[in-house]
Design a protein around this ligand. Sequence first.
Ligand code: DCP
Ligand code: MG
Length: 427
Amino acid sequence: RMALNDNKAGMQGLDKDKINQIIMDNTVGSRFYMNEQKREMQADDLLTEIEKQRDLTRTIIHIDMDAFYASVEERDRPELKTKPMAVGGMDMLSTSNYVARKYGVRAAMPGFIAKKLCPELVIVPLNFDKYKQVSKQTQEIFAEYDANFSGMSLDEAFLDITDHLQKRILYDEEERTFHYHHSLAVKQPQDSDSDLSRNVSETFGFSPEDVANELRFRIHQKTLLTASAGIAPNTMLAKIGSDLNKPNGQTYFKPNREEILKFVKDFPVRKVNGVGKVTEQLLSALDIKKCGDLYHRRGDLVLLFSEISCSFFFRISLGCSSNVLESSGERKSISTERTFNAISEHKELFAKLEELCQSLAVDMEKENLQGKTLTLKTKNVNFQLHTRSKTVTSPLFNFESVFAVAQKLLEQEIMNANNKLTLRLMG
Ligand code: DCP
Ligand code: MG
């Protein structure tokens, strides 16, 4: 940001590099430079905190069916396999097969536009009962590997196979062998019709990749549909992995920090789960396209985004994310907030905070919930909303533990306020 801006009349053709070097050399030590450095240090503190939480001990698999609705329809009408096809209606498509994707036809596109892109496109109406039934079949398989698997939608799930891998060491060959559905056995030319013995079964090994292959094999045998998988130490990488070798493929991220960082560096930010169109555009305006750019621009991100957003971005840049699966439909947060006449006395602010924590603790107990992240929400007299969060290592489970963290957050809020902190809402 110190660099020369040469879009002023009469500045064409300058040696920008040389000029920037001189600016840089002479800015070191200036207040401007120190401020830049301070922000980078702030960012580095956050990065260190995240790095401390990196945990490479679990093995997570993300499984995602290929062109799910479309594949179910193709299975039941094989003549569609070679044609461009989509599922949905003229107003909206739910997905398309890989033939149609070549034309730019995809999910969340109106069918009438898709028809313009590909006039021979076949549009098949939705058949939810069929998709639900397949989903049930796959979930029966998932449960054998992780009873607490987390189903994200009909066609995708996260499994923590860490415990399975340990038990698996003791599995004999038979327990790792699965038989072909008769019609799916690959017939060799020398086989007679009654002799498919060479191809009737497949045996899988002990590694995480073997387990993913086994899962995908079993899904295919049971549903006649293919799935892709990502295997990684956390959910973010596992999710990325299931998409990388689609369709009918898988990707393994070893539990190795250096290799993960190397991969993440050049990976497009947009492809990370949770980075939507708006975030992509915001980051793109800052010329941030790859996950590695998030690290290089950490000082600017701290200046421009909230702490929660920065944490999210820095996690991405380090390839860190949760490896704790939430069971389907599980509640993720609980909150309480109050609006009141403006107060600024510290004693009053902390009293209000105490009251809120008490009320939250009662609700948590009722719902039998514990917390990992506490967020303090404030609205000042100028109606500016602000949130500040802290993630802790041991769970928050009662008034005392919640209030201890909340107090720290409020202290920071008071310290960082430009003027005397005066609030009209706290949550
Ligand atoms: N779906 C939908 N509307 C969307 C996206 C998806 O109704 N905007 C439905 C149809 C998909 C299913 O959810 O078949 C699964 O979504 P995916 O994103 O996993 O897409 P596909 O399984 O179709 O394709 P891929 O092979 O890319 O996973
Ligand atoms: Mg899918």
